[in-house]
Design a protein around this ligand. Structure first.
Ligand code: 7TS
Length: 387
């Protein structure tokens, strides 16, 4: 067995079909899309196809915008800071509702806005690890709440929030709703007509597209203040030369992701469940959150007595890539509010390891990983019992 990549919530392999689609846009069709000469204009039909693929992937209407940008972090920053400039600095509102389980791209941006005087409510998860509609309803301050920002699916646990019910509450209260859907795209259906969010963030590298390119969906009737001022690209909403190969790649990746949703739901889920069953055969081991409430590719497991980082080290020695939670969060899983809400003690929380699969994961790889995990846990437990 060569190496086994089980860290797909951090980033993914770029699908070879995506690489192939992007390649001509580096070497032949490299004009600036805003140039008037043929080098620029010849890219337009290809850009149109890519943009149409993005719209189709989330079922966005033509009247809405999909703003091309550099990553989900930029998309999240754009929405949150935009609401600050539009509705808080200039209006009477001063309150934003979010959850305790957001990625730092949301939570740290909100911490920054708090330093400017914004009041933020961080909703806790319930004992299943998800945000409840009742908690959201109770947090709304009519006339004061400017935005609700709640992630679609969590990157560490894979737990999926009840988006339809949450958005319904926001709509009834007339408050715009933003969701960080980075971990939902390509794993579960995301349809902005069925679940009418106002803003939605995604990032190509999480669904087998290139790094450094993302998108922000903006429902018709909603506007944003640009984060980047400068050129007139993106209808003046996001300055900077458009990354043509990135856009072409993201469009292709989106189309492929959506066409593989059933495979994700059946094949990836089957492999995930197989790995999870093997992990749960190990005594004193726990997996966070009910399977039926999680994205089909994610397992966050805790192994009593096995320190997470030591475990990762041993996994890496065997060529297996996993992670202790998010690669972008410096804090350990012990501070993850989901552990506390679900009732997992600190010692177990200290031992959390995330395994995240993709459509490129094979049955052979899962068998190898399952065997290796058992061996490593036994080894590390036997060392700690002799100390
Ligand atoms: N939002 C969520 C929910 C994420 O999982 C991530 C990356 C981001 C935003 C940031 O995306 P970017 O495109 O700006 O890089 N999450 C992780 C993770 O779970 N492990 O490594 C990166």
């Amino acid at each position: 067995m060569d190496r086994v990549y089980l860290d797909n919530n951090a980033t993914t392999l770029v699908d070879p079909r995506v690489v192939e689609a992007m390649s001509p846009f580096y070497s032949q069709l490299y004009g600036n899309v805003n140039s008037l000469h043929s080098f620029g204009t010849e890219t337009h039909p290809f850009m149109r196809i890519a943009i149409d693929r993005l719209y189709a992937g989330i079922n966005a209407r033509d009247e809405s915008d999909v703003l091309l940008n550099s990553c989900a972090t930029e998309g999240n920053n754009t929405v949150l800071k935009s609401i600050y400039f539009q509705d808080i600095v200039k209006g009477d509102k001063d309150h934003i509702i979010t959850s305790q389980i957001e990625h730092p791209a949301v939570s740290k941006t909100l911490n920054f806005l708090e330093s400017l005087g914004v009041r933020v409510t961080y909703l806790p998860v319930d004992d299943r690890g998800i945000i409840t509609p009742a908690a959201l309803k109770a947090a709304i301050e009519p006339g004061k709440t400017a935005l609700i920002s709640i992630m679609w699916a969590n990157n560490e646990t894979g737990l999926i929030n009840p988006m339809k019910d949450l958005v319904e509450i926001a709509q009834a209260a007339g408050i715009p709703f933003h969701t960080d859907a980075v971990q939902a795209i390509g794993k579960i259906p995301v349809d902005v007509q069925d679940i009418p969010v106002d803003f939605l963030t995604f990032s190509a590298h999480k669904f087998h597209g290139p790094k450094g390119v993302g998108g922000l969906y903006i429902r018709e009737g909603r506007t944003i203040v640009p984060l980047l001022h400068g050129g007139e690209q993106m209808g003046d909403l996001r300055a900077g030369t458009i990354d043509t190969p990135g856009l072409i790649g993201m469009g292709m990746a989106m189309e492929l992701a959506v066409s593989h949703l059933e495979l994700e739901d059946v094949q990836v889920r089957k492999l995930r469940d197989k790995l999870e069953d093997a992990i749960l055969e190990i005594p004193e081991t726990q997996v966070i959150g009910d399977r039926s409430l999680r994205t089909p590719n994610t397992i966050l497991a805790s192994f009593r007595g096995v320190e997470g980082e030591a475990f990762l080290w041993d996994l890496n020695q065997k060529g297996i890539a996993a992670s202790t939670g998010s690669a972008c969060a410096s804090e350990s899983l012990e501070s993850n509010p989901t552990f506390q809400a679900i009732g997992i003690d600190n010692e177990l929380a200290h031992t959390g390891v995330r395994f995240s699969l993709s459509r490129f994961t094979t049955g052979e790889e899962i068998e190898y990983a399952a065997d290796s995990i058992k061996q490593i846990v036994n080894r590390l437990r036997s060392i700690s019992s002799t100390i």
